[in-house]
Design a protein around this ligand. Structure first.
Ligand SMILES: [Zn+2]
Ligand SMILES: [Zn+2]
Length: 216
């Protein structure tokens, strides 16, 4: 530590607020060279609800923050364990999760958001190709007000974006029988016996043979 910290800024609350500092870094502390933040954050600290993403234990979050002009670029990695529900068999399973963060923060200007985003018609004429393609920007853009960033809402959103739309406990999950509801991963149900000639049954048998050609 290079002793240029003013001791008075290290008040009595500095040690108590470690987690708070990770999630709400001060803009003034973020330099062009960048600063690094890391910590283990719970779902509660991130404002996660079970409707968002369920996580098991805290998430390890490591972020680099860098000031580029008036924009703050945030990159990093989030790792942890999510509790998913398989869309086929409905069982809950743990899934280890690791994804990268690549977002930017800009100061929120006190203008109506529609006015700020309105496209200059002259610009539109100059660059018709760019405007025509609604290309996804590389960095998701967030806004800050006041003197610090609020990282929790961004992390929560990135966590949701990184979650699969249709989680599967395994690619081979057989799911539930649509007739009796039995979990077919635990073995076949009786419904199949009545319907041995059904196209689905034939297909399933074919698939199984293709998957393990040597075992049948
Ligand atoms: Zn499953
Ligand atoms: Zn069945």
């Amino acid at each position: 530590m290079s002793g240029d910290f003013d001791a008075s800024t290290w008040g009595s609350g500095a040690l108590l607020g470690v987690t708070m500092d990770v999630l709400t870094p001060k803009i003034a502390d973020i330099t062009a060279e960048g600063i690094s933040l890391s910590g283990d954050l719970t779902g509660e600290e991130l404002g996660l609800t079970d409707a968002d993403v369920s996580i098991r234990g805290p998430l390890a979050v490591g972020l680099d923050l860098r000031a580029v002009d008036r924009t703050i670029c945030v990159t990093g990695v989030v790792e942890g364990t999510a509790i998913r529900q398989c869309v086929r068999c409905l069982k809950e399973f743990d899934e280890s999760m690791a994804f990268s963060i690549h977002v930017a923060y800009e100061r929120e200007v006190k203008v109506a958001p529609t006015a700020a985003k309105r496209i200059d018609p002259r610009k539109r004429k100059e660059t018709p190709a760019l405007e025509a393609e609604p290309e996804e920007p590389n960095d998701d853009l967030y806004y800050y007000v006041g003197d610090h960033l609020e990282l929790a809402p961004m992390l929560r959103e990135q966590l949701i974006l990184a979650s699969p739309m249709h989680p599967l406990c395994s690619d081979e999950c057989l799911g539930l029988c649509p007739r009796c509801g039995k979990d077919l991963n635990d073995g076949p149900c009786r419904c199949g016996e009545e319907q041995t000639g059904s196209p689905f049954q034939v297909l399933r048998t074919m698939k199984a043979k293709l998957r393990d050609p040597g075992k049948h």
